[in-house]
Design a protein around this ligand. Structure first.
Ligand code: AKB
Length: 314
């Protein structure tokens, strides 16, 4: 039985991961933490503690109070926000990660943190991007993610912390909105499709990025954390993806379920530049081979589910 502390538990991934882990391991065994409490289900359905991830003492205190054996560190600024506030991003993303790793070291706990397709850069091979390849990102977020992967490797090699990570693509969900990411357009487009039947995209047509539906991302986290440690050659961090599309393709998929749906463009040069520095599509073979990564949702299956769920919600 696991006893898990989650940072950033009220964010895009945490809001759903907290509930899934509570279903699997029991509500009392999943300690949600975030900088501020709110009235969401993740904050209300089990233990919640206010933790600022830049405060190591507080993180360790909470981890000890609940005697956790797993730390899942999700709190971070996403790519577009990090690009707008690079110094703050470095301090929060790297300081928070270091504190998460230190907490795991002190508690002898297993550790998870997400990396991202943002860890790749313009000199990385763009198509079917290999697991092991050139990683010279040109964004602060990417710099944080590469440094984070290396730091996680360091804690594994030096201190024996059982660190694990996934290079996530854009994650799409109808539950909690992302904030400040480059791939957020692929979430907003569904909300606008259901609300107004049209969407103005800040990412230009022809720009491919990897994506994954949230249920597949949550299963990947659980499966990776349950996997045999000895089999994890690329523990920090595995390429994972379920699909790659550009705005015209997601729009065409939505039009199958929202008749008459129309996309137009008002490209944001900042986020477009970030998107163009990332791969078109990544190769998840290592994740499949080392711990059996799989996904259930392709673009149309995800669109059908998103549109159905958002029609009930909005
Ligand atoms: C972002 O767009 O910043 C994130 C990511 C791909 O890491 N969704």
């Amino acid at each position: 039985m696991k006893r898990i502390l989650i940072t950033g538990a009220l964010g895009q991934i945490g809001s759903e991961l907290t509930l899934k882990l509570r279903d699997i391991y029991g509500a009392d065994n999943v300690i949600a933490t975030d900088i501020k409490k709110n009235d969401s289900e993740a904050a209300q359905s089990g233990p919640f503690e206010t933790v600022d991830v830049t405060d190591l003492n507080k993180m360790v205190e909470v981890a000890k109070k609940y005697n956790v054996d797993t730390v899942m560190h999700l709190a971070a600024l996403l790519s577009a926000t990090a690009e707008a506030k690079p110094v703050f991003a470095w301090n929060l993303n790297m300081g928070g990660l270091m504190n998460g790793l230190e907490t795991a070291r002190e508690l002898k706990a297993q550790f998870f943190t997400p990396s991202s397709i943002g860890a790749f850069g313009p000199s990385t091979p763009k198509d079917n991007t290999p697991q092991d390849t050139i990683m010279r990102p040109t964004t602060m977020y990417g710099v944080n993610k590469v440094a984070g992967e290396l730091l996680s490797d360091y804690y594994f090699q030096k201190f024996g912390v059982d660190t694990r990570g996934l290079r996530f693509p854009g994650l799409i969900s109808y539950v909690a909105l992302p904030g400040g990411g480059t791939t957020d357009y692929a979430v907003e487009i569904y909300y606008e499709a259901v609300k107004t039947g049209k969407y103005t995209s800040y990412i230009d047509k022809g720009t491919y990025m990897d994506m994954m539906y949230m249920p597949d991302a949550l299963n990947a986290i659980v499966d990776l954390m349950e996997a045999d440690s000895l089999k994890l050659i690329h523990r920090n961090a595995f390429n994972v993806t379920a699909m790659s599309f550009e705005p015209e393709e997601i729009a065409a998929s939505i039009a199958k379920y929202v008749p008459g749906f129309e996309i137009s463009y008002a490209v944001d040069p900042d986020r477009q530049k970030i998107a163009e520095s990332w791969p078109n599509s990544i190769d998840a073979t290592a994740a499949k081979e080392e711990w059996g990564f799989k996904y259930a949702f392709d673009l149309d299956k995800m669109t059908k589910d998103m549109v159905e769920k958002l029609r009930q919600k909005i």
